[in-house]
Design a protein around this ligand. Sequence first.
Ligand code: GLY
Ligand code: MN
Length: 461
Amino acid sequence: MFSATTYQTRRTRLKKDLKSGLALFLGNNDVGMNYPGNTYHFRQDSNFLYFFGLDKPGLAAVVDVDNDREIIFGDDLSIEDVVWMGAMPKMKTLAANVGVAETQPARRLINFLKKARRAGQSIHFLPPYRHDNMLLLKDALNMTPKKQKAAASEALIRAVVAQRMHKSAEEVAEMERAVNVTGAMHVAAMKAAREGQVEAELAGLVEGIAVSGGGNLSYPVILTVNGQILHNHDHGNTLQRGQMVLGDFGAETAMHYAGDITRTFPVAPKFTSKQREIYQIVLDAEVNAIKSLRPGLPYKEVHLNAARQMAEGLKALGLMQGDMAEAVAKGAHALFFPHGLGHMIGLDVHDMEDLGENYVGYSESVQRSTQFGTAYLRLGRALEPGFVLTVEPGIYFIPQLIDQWRRKKMFTEFINYPALSKYRNFGGVRIEDNVLITEQGYRVLGDPIPKTIAEVEGLRS
Ligand code: GLY
Ligand code: MN
């Protein structure tokens, strides 16, 4: 946990930004996996962590701006809880650790909110994503879960995003730790992978390193020879010579700051020449995108530059043709690069996605595209010092998408469909790093993780 001052300062700024009303922060609860007592790994809500720091189930908090009160709702442990789970400081002490003087038992929350409503106070709440919290809101606000997302407070969303999007020095230090554990995971996978192994062996290895780092995974491991499936969480394939492994996985620290790194490497000790050509195109796009980062530059431009560069590379290989600026403007590149160049990262791997991607990643002056591919770009807005984001270009050969586009005669002026037949089973390449925007430009977080062809082959042999 950070010092009490950190959380107090955040709440003071929140009150100033919100001006009036009462902000409600619902912490997360334990969730039963197959019966109530056998729970999923507990993960606290990130907004609750940001303003109240306490990493325990069963908590909620309010910041009553109108009456200048801050209250944490939660219960002291019973003797039975202590017998089964061990002792815990009293709620009063826990609250004091994050600079909050007032606590109340959890059961009082609903009535507290009802009373505030009756008194005419506006209750600001964030879009809920857990069903138990939706039911709590239903009771407290007399509002069905279906209506809650739309009724969430735009003022509170904007106030939370305004703070969380700029990472402080102590947050950046945590994120650097997350990237370093994540780097160790990737190096271990690159060293350990062998022909004949099942993907699950490597997935287990890297998850173990995340846990050994004192935290956990920041999202489910993607580790696959089918790198063309963007979020592939299956780990059942056997590694075969001639294939590549795409590993997109990361650790979060004990304080829940996330790392999100991708590396792609050959099962054999060396890339084939075909793999090498595609890999180098992606690597050049990644390195050049990172080098271009600076405050004021809209990330949408960085995305489109990377798309154009990769399209030029594919043209040089004979897979695309014509004018690549035009091809990207029209969206033809998305056959090979159907996702965004990156997203903000922080307490969440896709930072603040629960609050609404457009509040986080876009602004009045930079609007989200509706075009297939670029529409998936989560971050488009002009960069500011303190942003931490991912840079993750990729090139994929997705047989189903190729077949569909070819059947529909999509972009035949830009795509050389006959030449693609040799790449049907190629898979995909993605390379990803985490970068802080500074006053002067940028800083890649963490110790360098091997990514040039020589470095990757060095680890593989
Ligand atoms: N790490 C997966 C993603 O960024 O979507
Ligand atoms: Mn990512």
